[in-house]
Design a binder for this molecule. Structure first.
Ligand SMILES: *Cc1c(COP(=O)(O)O)cnc(C)c1O
Length: 433
């Protein structure tokens, strides 16, 4: 079924490190070869072997209006013909910025960059520049891109100062990152009591999506806001995944919390590489050329990415798919958990808007430590079984599933039929990997 992909992967490995340009694509954690994708349209994705799948990866989030959406293709093509990049301002940048500013009360102005990694890195530099403090606080299991200070794991024993979670990150950089458990406000308070006058910012995913979908407990995000206010630190809400995906705007509107700096990416580029960070003017005017915090980018605000982003946001604004999203993901999760009970397989699930996760453990997790207790052997078999039957899922228990405007009720029903077959097989002891 996957012969061509297998061959293309061995060729890719001759020329590309590990055969992929981002590690999770390699399917290593589930012990399989990755699929080579030929094209995608709407809710479907097609591999080089000619197999069709219902897609729940959706480019890891950006494809919220469906793959190769006709209007996005048309508007982007028109811009493409005028040239790809000028390294000079275009009206398109103002147009996309205006839409973002109008959607977020917490943002007066933005700055565009080319990836979420770059946006998070720049936002943290800005927070450090504004506060003149060096330390930052992040949460275990939250992902904010792969810049040095953010590739940090929990220190041993009682130490709250981070240690590098990747070779190549200097210990001297990692020690400026303090770590706390998601949803544990007491721990954050304790850290601030000891180190509050050295902490420039807290950075947080308002709904965590990079340890599977984990929602904030009631009061958690407001608590972070209050702690930041008390100690003069900035609150950075990383909405790279959640922005324009959970609502037209961000998770900050759903949970009623106002950050100092917001980070956006994924959806705002409609599948093209763009991201941004934004805040009130008094913070943003500390960036160069007006202020002393340096930040730049050759391809920042790329016109093709701007056109894809503008059209994507306009579709979301007029079609308002958000209630439909919520219904469909809630249905998948509740029916999946019911099926798993029928076959005595431990499964829990979480959904928010167009994001959802199924966790192979009894109760839905509230933090990274709990997600880590999932049964990964069950997950791998579920993943492989679904793939063989035409459902393309993220190949890791720690990644969120996404739906798009083109995921119909029949896509959802078909997925659940397949899920039942796979769970029945697993319960009967059939192993896929
Ligand atoms: C994807 C993601 C990033 C990183 O974005 P890239 O474009 O992959 O660099 C940062 N933060 C969150 C919350 C993300 O989901």
């Amino acid at each position: 079924m996957f012969e061509k992909s297998k061959e293309f992967f061995s060729q890719a490995k001759l020329y590309i490190a590990g055969g992929v340009n981002s590690p999770v694509r390699a399917f290593k954690s589930v012990g399989l070869n990755p699929l080579f994708i030929k094209k995608a349209k709407g809710s479907k994705i097609y591999d080089e072997d000619g197999n069709e799948f219902i897609d729940y990866v959706n480019s890891w989030g950006p494809a919220v209006v469906g793959h190769a959406n006709d209007l996005v293709v048309k508007k982007t093509e028109a811009v493409l013909k005028n040239g790809f990049s000028f390294g000079a301002p275009t009206v398109l940048e103002t147009e996309l910025a205006k839409r973002i500013v109008e959607a977020f009360d917490s943002i007066d102005v933005v700055r565009f960059v080319s990836s979420g990694t770059e946006a998070a890195m720049s936002a943290i530099r800005l927070a450090r520049g504004v506060t003149r403090r060096d330390n930052i606080l992040k949460f275990s299991g939250c992902y904010h891109g792969h810049s040095d200070g953010l590739l940090v794991g929990a220190g041993s024993g009682a130490s709250t100062f981070g240690i590098p979670s990747s070779y190549g990150v200097p210990v001297d950089f990692a020690k400026h990152t303090l770590l706390a458990e998601y949803n544990n406000l007491d721990e954050v308070e304790d850290i601030f009591k000891k180190h509050g006058d050295t902490i420039a910012c807290i950075i947080v995913e308002p709904v965590a999506g990079n340890m599977g979908v984990v929602t904030p407990k009631i009061g958690f995000l407001e608590g972070l806001r209050n702690i930041c206010d008390e100690y003069g630190a900035l609150l950075i809400i990383d909405e790279v995944m959640t922005g324009f995906r959970l609502t037209y705007g961000g998770a900050q509107h759903i949970y009623g919390v106002t950050p100092d700096i917001t980070i956006l990416g994924k959806v705002i580029g409609g599948g093209m590489p763009t991201a941004c960070f934004g805040a009130k003017e008094d913070i943003m005017n500390q960036l160069s050329p007006e202020g002393g915090v340096y930040q730049a980018g050759t391809l920042s605000g790329n016109p093709i990415a701007m056109a894809a982003g503008i059209t994507t946001l306009d579709i979301l604004k007029s079609k308002k798919p958000y209630d439909e999203f919520k219904k469909n993901t809630a249905k998948i999760v509740s029916r999946a958990v019911g099926l798993a009970q029928k076959y005595s397989i431990p499964l829990s699930g979480e959904s928010v808007g167009s994001m959802f996760s199924l966790f192979f453990r009894e109760n839905k997790p509230k933090n990274y430590a709990e997600v880590s207790q999932c049964d990964l052997r069950l997950f791998s078999n579920y993943f492989a079984g679904m793939l063989e039957r035409g459902i393309y899922l993220p190949p890791s228990q720690f990644e969120a599933n996404f739906i798009t405007m083109h995921h119909t009720l029949s896509d959802v029903e078909n997925t659940l039929v397949v899920l039942e077959e796979v769970l029945e097989d697993i319960a009967a002891g059939k192993l896929y990997v």
